[in-house]
Write a protein that binds this ligand. Structure first.
Ligand code: GTP
Ligand code: MG
Length: 194
């Protein structure tokens, strides 16, 4: 899949202020520092999202128009420990409001760092998406950090936890922005929904 054009449209503090809703939208979300901006840049083949060693910085809903026919959306990361409760609640509200109100949302990608064991905050979020009928898939990030057999083990363990705790087994993709791994698979999923 060729990305012919990428246009930054706007940053919005809430769903109501997001751009026009007749364009299908694909959203990326995950814990702060999971590698979301790096993944978005890999997909766009361009540095459109800011990669930070300074987590928790995206506090707005960022819309990028790709090939003039779909939106790529960068949502704020959740679960960053070093911010106040008030700020955490603010991010949570942005996320909930977004998923409850974006009628043009086609597909959501939940990013999970492949190295980590299943964390309650992610399981709870995935459960919430599932309960709210959000169409989503999981992307495991930073796959370059593990060996092949470790990767498979981690993914298996994760899916097992999802089945056990929330009785779902979502489709998943293994990715690495460093090695440009998983791009075609993600783009094919997006294109199959357009
Ligand atoms: P915030 O927006 O700050 O919450 O973070 P983010 O989820 O957008 O993550 P970001 O892409 O900024 O990456 C966080 C850190 O992980 C950076 O130091 C990246 O260089 C690193 N990183 C991201 N993706 C990969 C990857 O695929 N492999 C490796 N080895 N490092 C990665
Ligand atoms: Mg980011």
């Amino acid at each position: 899949m060729i990305v012919e054009s990428v246009k930054f449209i706007k940053s919005s503090p809430k769903a109501k202020e997001c751009p026009q809703t007749d364009i299908p939208e694909f959203t990326f979300i995950g814990r702060s520092n999971v590698g979301k901006s790096s993944l978005i840049n890999m997909l766009a083949k361009k540095k459109i999202a800011k990669v930070s060693g300074n987590p928790g910085k995206t506090l707005l809903i960022n819309h990028f128009l790709i090939n003039n026919n779909w939106f790529l959306v960068d949502l704020p990361g959740y679960g960053y420990a070093k911010i106040s409760k008030k700020e955490k609640r603010k991010i949570e509200n942005i996320i909930v409001d977004y998923f409850k109100n974006r009628v043009n949302l086609s597909l959501t990608f939940v990013l999970i760092d492949i190295r980590h064991d299943p964390q309650l905050i992610d399981l709870d979020f995935i459960n919430w998406l599932s309960n709210n009928n959000v169409n989503f898939k999981i992307i495991f990030t930073k796959a370059d950090k593990l060996k092949t057999n470790q990767k498979e083990e981690k993914v298996k363990k994760y899916i097992k936890a999802l089945i056990k705790k929330i009785k779902i087994s979502p489709e998943n993709i293994i990715s690495s922005s460093k090695l440009k791994l998983g791009r075609e698979e993600i783009m094919n999923l997006i294109y199959s929904e357009l």
